[in-house]
Design a protein around this ligand. Structure first.
Ligand code: SAM
Length: 221
């Protein structure tokens, strides 16, 4: 076991198990995915700390606990098709890829995509596809999804995303203002949506047609 492996096991024990994350599949996935490879070399020693880290373009790789919390809320069992909005570093994508049979991830910043593609290929996640697009529209071509995760803060829950959920499907999304949000879980039943609030959180804004406009401008909707 090298020192990154040891740091990763400590992260799972001290940050996740200690705070109540109990889904063994999620804990195993986060013991396995080498988070330090998803940040730039100068930040690798900080990759297993209890915080988010910058990944360039004013964006972040989310705090490990938040990754675990959102992933656990999706209740994945292995055979699901999952949509992720906000690929960023690709770390959350890799965790989802450990737990589902197909992952469709969407990113709006073109510069992230080649790096993420390379690392996911190196780690052999062949059941992941990355699209450059405005994820607030979802990805109709592969819908409906068993689970959807949005990793940026939205002003509300876009109906485009709940429309692309299967009956029985789950969506997790931070909802609030541009600075802070609460994590919402949406469960779709045949007779409607059940929405619960999980935890306060702080995400970068979801920028797009059904999200926020670029900094300093009004919302588009
Ligand atoms: N899950 C990521 C990780 O593990 O690194 C963290 C993502 S970061 C907090 C949020 C990401 O959402 C950023 O990369 C940002 O560019 C992206 N984003 C924001 N609005 C988006 C949109 N409308 N469509 C797709 N990606 C979006």
């Amino acid at each position: 076991m090298n020192h990154y492996d040891a740091a990763r096991y400590r992260m799972v024990k001290d940050q996740l198990v200690a705070r109540g994350i109990s889904d063994e599949r999620v804990l195993d996935a986060m013991r396995k995915v080498p988070r330090h490879l998803f940040v730039e070399e100068a930040l690798r020693e900080q990759a297993y700390g209890d915080h988010a880290l910058p990944i360039g373009e004013d964006q972040t790789i989310s705090q490990p606990y938040m990754v675990a919390c959102m992933t656990e809320a999706l209740g994945l069992r292995g055979d699901e098709k999952v949509l992720e909005i906000g690929t960023g570093s690709g770390y959350q994508t890799a965790v989802l890829a450990e737990l589902a049979s197909r992952v469709v991830t969407i990113e709006r910043i073109v510069g992230f995509i080649p790096k993420v593609w390379k690392i996911l290929e190196e780690l052999n996640y062949r059941h992941v596809v990355i699209h450059l697009s405005d994820g607030t529209y979802g990805w109709k071509d592969e819908s409906p999804f068993d689970a959807i995760m949005v990793t940026a803060g939205a002003p509300d829950i876009p109906s485009s995303l709940t429309d692309q959920l299967k009956v029985g499907g789950r969506l997790v999304i931070p909802v609030g203002n541009r600075m802070d949000q609460v994590l919402k879980k949406v469960e779709k039943a045949s007779d409607g949506l059940a929405i619960t609030t999980l935890t306060p959180c702080v995400f970068v804004p979801l920028i797009g047609a059904l999200g926020w406009k670029e900094e300093g401008e009004e919302r588009m909707i």
